[in-house]
Design a protein around this ligand. Structure first.
Ligand code: ADP
Ligand code: MG
Length: 685
């Protein structure tokens, strides 16, 4: 029964209620729900309860789990509970001190120059707002990661700080409505998309194993043109996998609720019930890990890359974001919008924040993998715009033009069938093409890629909205009229609202006319982090110091270049060691046929034409391999130039090589081709 396994492996509030003395439990509850300051006097009691609980579940070790700025998203080092006794025996020990702080020597983690290798000390501090859990005989403690100088070296610390910032500023605005909640929290429900392929075929694709995406592959005979996969019936093997996945997620208290086939063949989605942004960030990373593990148990591989296959949809991570008070009020519910000033001012704050800091938001979702997705099949373009839907749009129009805001009566769907229940229409339709879409009681940020942590994007959203709230609260405190502020914000930033089709060819042109940025590659997108505007935004809200922000820029660029370099090397090696030999063997077999036929006096026109074609394509392949090698070896040294070079010069050279290789794939006999094709990968599970 689900209720028996649910949350069995997690030290959440339910477990705490059972295992902690009442007063300690109350303190933990206040920290988690209201962001109350941490009280070190409870640490020993919590540590002891955690240890006893973890040992009952078979644990021998504990680990401080942290989130360095690496592509693997987390890091861990395990210590045992064993404490030796003088008589040669041992006891199992875990103190509050050990719970609260750790000191991993993390000199190999990217720091963007914040920490030199000779000053390698790093500290982990327990984050009590996320839950500890047990996995493979270790107790996992979520932590934040700092340098010796107290600077954030991870993605979690800025997220926690952004939560503080938005709470502080939102409370100032709410005070003008006579409300005094203990805390305002941001909430997120991340929808995780992924592909599933057969493990045996995956093992034969070096590109998938090393880079997560296919660097070669001709278009399959069948793609997603029939739309027959979206919401299609689950195949047995997938259904079994999803069952196990759900059970495993539930055991960690991750409330996976929806699962379905996505648009592309072999593509699926899993979404949990939303939770605080901090918990959702941590559990989404866990979900990604569990997806991979459970897939392996089923002889499958889960691909989390944003664009594993060219020509079919990529995978995103739709980030459903809202804010609410610790008393349980969702601040993004429009209600009676014409008279709901509180909603109007919050809406104005968000529209302003997203427009003003669009490029910062775009930068937060930038990665090598995501560059292939944004602007490609079925993904929002790299232009940030906001979709509000016709009703809210009309509200904005009225406010801007100074005409009275009209109310919207409830509408019902006309089905034309009397026996069907009557369905109330939502206040907004869906706009699947908008990067930042209002969906009734939350905004869905659709730019993030499937392989990213949602820490950075939510840090950005929380901070830009906190900044708007700050400006609003300052103005209100100074006696400015609320309506005036709403009108000013919406008038100045209406350009970011776009309710049309974001996938259309016309949109980038229209967006350019509106002055909206379209930063297509990671190196260009990340530049937004180097601006004074970004520095003031992040430092001014206590989220990232200038040094920390500069480090983020460096780490982002370096990661980009390194990933692209791995891809280029992999491309060269597959072409040279696998594709070229296959082409030569196949050509030889054709030539042998020609010789054999001619020996007995038979002409071989088909074979001859084929051999000639293979020969010229193979020559072209060799030329492209050589030129890619030369291109890569000419890469400039400096971090900034290097990243742009990989985006603007190396990537096109890889594409050139791929074009020839893919042409060869459809000209070489299947039995000679050295690895599984798109047909095999996409239609074999
Ligand atoms: P879609 O129809 O957009 O694919 P899903 O049902 O797959 O939607 O996912 C919607 C996500 O939004 C879920 O994770 C859900 O819990 C989350 N969600 C719902 N309400 C809120 C809210 N107020 N704040 C944040 N997330 C929310
Ligand atoms: Mg969904």
């Amino acid at each position: 029964m689900v209720s028996e396994i649910f949350g069995a492996k997690v030290f959440n509030l339910i477990t705490m209620k059972q295992k902690l003395p009442k007063d300690v439990y109350k303190k933990m509850e206040k920290i988690i729900k209201e962001g109350a300051p941490f009280d070190p006097s409870i640490a020993d009691t919590v540590a002891n309860a955690m240890k006893t609980w973890a040992i009952e579940l078979g644990c021998t070790h504990y680990t401080h789990l942290f989130q360095p700025m690496t592509v693997t998203l987390t890091a861990e080092k395990h210590d045992s509970f064993i404490d030796p006794e003088l008589d040669g025996g041992m006891i199992e020990k875990f103190s509050g001190k050990e719970l609260m702080a750790g000191e991993p020597d993390g000199s190999s983690f990217p720091t963007g120059g914040i920490r030199e290798t000779c000053a390698a000390r790093g500290y982990t501090a327990w984050d009590p707002t996320s839950y500890a859990y047990v996995k493979e005989n270790s107790l996992y403690i979520p932590t934040a990661f700092f340098s010796y100088t107290g600077e954030a070296l991870d993605r979690k610390t800025p997220l926690l700080r952004s939560q503080e910032a938005i709470s502080k500023q939102a409370k100032r605005v709410l005070a003008h409505f006579g409300k005094t909640p203990a805390r305002v929290l941001s909430y997120v429900g991340p929808e995780q998309e992924y592909f599933i392929v057969d493990a045996k075929e995956y093992a034969q694709r070096k590109d998938l194993r090393l880079t997560g995406r296919t660097l070669f592959g001709a278009a399959p005979s069948k793609g997603q043109e029939l739309d027959d996969h979206y919401f299609g019936a689950l195949k047995t093997r997938i259904a079994d996998f999803m069952d196990d996945l759900d059970n495993e997620l539930w055991a960690y208290g991750i409330q996976a609720t929806t699962k379905h086939n996505e648009v592309a063949p072999s593509q699926h989605e899993v979404a949990p019930v939303f939770s605080t942004t901090v918990i959702s960030t941590d559990t989404n990373i866990q979900t990604m890990e569990i997806l991979k593990k459970v897939a392996k148990n089923h002889g499958l591989e889960c691909l989390l890359h944003e664009k594993p296959f060219e020509g079919v949809n990529g995978s995103g991570k739709h980030n459903n974001w809202s804010i609410g008070t610790s008393d349980g009020e969702n601040l993004l519910k429009p209600g009676d919008v014409a008279n709901n000033k509180q909603f109007q001012v919050i809406l104005a704050a968000i529209v302003k924040g997203v427009d003003e800091y669009a490029e910062v938001l775009r930068a937060s979702a930038a990665s090598a993998g995501n560059d292939h997705r944004l602007g490609a099949n079925e993904a929002p373009p790299a232009i940030v715009s906001v979709f509000l839907g016709s009703q809210l749009d009309a509200v904005v129009e009225s406010i801007v033009s100074g005409t009275p805001v009209k109310d919207f009566p409830d509408e019902y769907l006309e089905t034309g069938v009397a026996s069907l229940p009557s369905l109330k229409k939502d206040t907004t339709d869906r706009n699947r093409t908008s990067p930042f879409a209002f969906t009734g009681n939350r905004f869905e940020f659709r730019m993030p890629g499937s392989n990213q942590s949602i820490a950075d994007i939510n840090t950005a959203i929380n901070t830009i909205v906190a900044q708007s709230f700050k400006e609003i609260a300052d103005a209100l405190d100074a006696g400015r009229d609320m309506d005036d502020i709403i009108r000013e914000f919406l008038t100045d930033h209406q350009r970011v609202i776009f309710n049309g089709n974001g996938y259309s060819k016309e949109w980038p042109e229209e967006a350019a006319k509106r002055g909206l940025a379209n930063n297509k590659t990671t190196p260009t997108a990340l530049l937004a982090l180097t601006t004074d505007k970004a520095k003031t935004l992040y430092a001014g809200n206590g989220v990232l110091t200038e040094r920390e922000l500069a480090a983020k820029y460096d780490v982002g660029l370096e990661e980009y270049s390194k990933l692209r370099n791995v891809e280029a090397q992999c491309c060269i090696s597959m072409a040279e060691e696998e594709i070229l030999p296959a082409c030569l063997s196949y050509t030889k077999s054709v030539v042998d046929d020609i010789i054999a036929k001619k020996a007995i006096g038979i002409e071989a026109p088909v074979e001859t034409a084929k051999a000639q074609k293979l020969n010229s394509l193979t020559e072209a392949l060799m030329t492209k391999i050589d030129s890619l090698k030369e291109t890569v070896s000419a890469a400039p040294e400096s971090t900034v130039e290097n990243a742009s070079y990989f985006a603007d010069v190396v990537l096109p050279a890889m594409d050139d090589l791929r074009t020839v290789a893919d042409e060869l794939e459809v000209n070489v006999a299947k039995s000679y081709w050295p690895f599984p094709t798109y047909d095999d990968l996409l239609f074999n599970v």
